[in-house]
Ligand binder design. Sequence first.
Ligand SMILES: [Zn+2]
Length: 300
Amino acid sequence: MSTGDGGTPAAQSRVKIHADFSKPTRTALLSSDEVVIYVSLSQLAGSSSFFRGMVEDATPGTSQSTSPDVIPVSEDSKTLELLLKLALGMAVNKLNERWTCPADIEPVLDAARKYDFPGTAQILLGMIELSALRLKNPLAQYIVACRHNLATLRSEAFERCLGTELDLSALEGPIEGRDIAALVKAHRMRVKILVGILLSQNEGDGPFAAENRTTCARCRTSAEASALGAWSTFQRLAVAVITVRPSLEALWADAKVNEARIKLQQIQCPVQQCKVFMFVDIQRMTEVAWTSRKVKVTGS
Ligand SMILES: [Zn+2]
């Protein structure tokens, strides 16, 4: 497409020329923020079938104009800059400072796919995965992983999501309903399993049904009221954490739960000659029970 007014694009006052693509060529791209980018179509044709098609379709020698053909595109100049520099093997200034989060890189990947730069798209996908690792919010990480089908990152983020409070009201960015459903389903299932383990003393088939009863394992003397109180305090605190963050990492990272657990493990049989510790190995027993019951719900 020609500017048609006989002037160069630079002659139009509102447009700027991109400093890194300023050497006049037969063709220029005009970004959505009105920056002119001079490019050689034949160079781009080397790595893009889209531009290869444009070169092949062009009829040589028909244009009488000395001004370049200007092709308006819907991408902004920041997006085009990264896309073209990667596609043309040019150095990208401050790559690690300017392109730090997936949201910055995703439009460039979209453009790479739109203009069919398969190699560049591969590099950009790798950049998105690396930048997603820096995201602090696991839900944001999970969304990026689902959107780009990044399996390893997806299962890691999935686990991290279950270890933090699952706040779906803070959900940002497009995500498929089934990906969210997988997370919610796993969350509920794990709450059920972990609460079942923690309360198994009362239910009869968990790790605390056979051991850590409220009677001494050696002499069968009943625990004192204070010991029973400490056990129910631990259960209450642990269930409160698990209900919100159903992961053992989250459970043992909770200061109050740990304090209650340690206090519990210091309780000895009230019989002077016995003194057996009444509540032993709570952490290990919980973990063994969890490993054997854990339903591998990765959502994939
Ligand atoms: Zn005893």
